[in-house]
Design a protein around this ligand. Structure first.
Ligand code: URA
Length: 189
């Protein structure tokens, strides 16, 4: 098995879609490349594009608070996104971009080999559930639910995207409750 760090060079040189033209830095991922838990967001935003690291802006602050709420340290988890480059103006990822970029994510999942994948928001949730042949529904219906893939020794837990808590304080309460689910899963190891 290759090391996840090897992907970094490939992502830097990637021109599989047009986002390389407008990005400042690609954002591969951060954290423990042998983590038990992997968080998957949507795409880098302005701050992430500038720093080359995932979730370092306002949504990242919310994610940090949620991790702290269940005593998880950022260095102990692995954090990445569906897209490795910022879509201009933070628009939604296009279908072509997702198709071009997710082979990187697939290799990250294979390399990290987590036993819990937490998908943040609709884009990550749809991609991951469909990848594992599960029916994707909107995040409003399935947030906080545990999808147990026993044969793969993997649990998938969809969550709202932390950015939605920036605009809607009610969602933050829901996310805190949903994060307890992850806390309980970890304790059940
Ligand atoms: N939103 C995301 O989905 N990912 C990031 O890295 C930052 C904001």
């Amino acid at each position: 098995m290759y090391q996840i760090e090897e992907l970094s060079e490939e992502v830097k040189n990637c021109r599989r879609c047009t986002l390389w033209r407008t990005r400042k830095n690609p954002v591969l991922g951060s954290g423990d490349s042998r983590a038990d838990i992997m968080f998957i967001g949507e795409a880098p935003g302005r701050n992430e594009d500038m720093e080359g690291k995932p979730f370092v802006g306002e949504a990242g602050k919310i994610l940090d608070q949620l991790l702290t709420s269940i005593d998880l340290k950022r260095e102990k988890v692995y954090i990445t996104n569906i897209l490795k480059c910022r879509p201009p103006g933070n628009r939604n990822p296009s279908r072509d971009e997702i198709e071009a970029c997710t082979p990187f994510l697939d290799r990250q999942i294979e390399s990290v080999n987590p036993w819990i994948i937490v998908t943040l928001g609709n884009f990550a949730t749809r991609y991951i559930l469909e990848k594992f042949n599960l029916k994707a529904e909107s995040i409003g219906r399935i947030h906080g639910r545990i999808f147990n893939l026993k044969a793969k020794n993997l649990k998938i837990v969809p969550m709202y995207h932390p950015a939605s808590a920036l605009y809607n304080p009610r969602i933050k309460g829901v996310m805190i409750d949903d994060f307890r689910v992850i806390g309980e899963l970890i304790e059940s190891i």
